[in-house]
Design a protein around this ligand. Structure first.
Ligand code: FES
Length: 189
């Protein structure tokens, strides 16, 4: 049967009859299944991040910062170390730094060099006994607690321990804002 309008281009005649219900049901199930597969694939990186974070918490990588004589009592000194979690392509960026404060003989605080605001390296000013951040003016007291400016908290601290006359820090995990209470055996609470 040809189309009665005679003006359209549907040379094949009337539109074909509706698809049988079975085919439609099959296509619906196929579409639903493909959407499910897509959703599962999209969830993989999210789950990886969540589970990865949980397993990273268990990592402990003690790094030797050096002999205790390098850190005199009452002083805060900059020192560097190689990040224990690196890849072969990291190059010089694997080298990082931290501030070591020797409160008194055998008692330390080891601060991450990165500001708790947006991560700029903070500097220690011994005369004023303050850490200053050059980026947005964040200021921290000598014990790492926040003094003023945009940082939402004090400097992050590495857990530390003494071993054979040497200062060691657990550099396997840099504490972050997601772990506000993170502190190791030797870190201040
Ligand atoms: S990064 Fe230090 S105050 Fe913003």
């Amino acid at each position: 049967m040809t189309c009665p309008c005679k003006s359209c281009e549907c040379e094949g005649g009337w539109p074909s009859a509706p698809e049988p219900p079975k085919r439609r049901t099959f296509l619906f199930k196929l579409g639903t299944g493909l959407m499910g597969v897509g959703a599962a694939l999209a969830a993989v990186p999210i789950l990886g991040t969540l589970l990865g974070g949980a397993t990273k918490r268990a990592e402990t990588k003690w790094v030797d910062l050096g002999d205790l004589s390098q850190f005199p009592a009452g002083q805060t000194r900059l020192t560097s170390f190689i990040n224990p979690i690196t890849s072969p392509t990291d190059g010089i960026t694997a080298k990082t730094a931290c501030w070591v404060r020797c409160v008194k003989a055998g008692e330390f605080q080891v601060f991450a060099i990165n500001c708790a605001h947006l991560g700029c390296p903070v500097r220690w000013f011994a005369q004023s006994k303050l850490f200053l951040c050059p980026c947005h003016g964040g200021v921290y007291y000598e014990d790492g607690s926040r003094a003023s400016g945009p940082p939402p908290r004090g400097l992050f601290e590495y857990p530390w321990k003494l071993e054979g006359g040497r200062l060691m820090i657990d550099a396997g995990l840099l504490p972050g804002l997601q772990e506000p209470g993170f502190a190791g055996e030797g870190a201040a609470s």
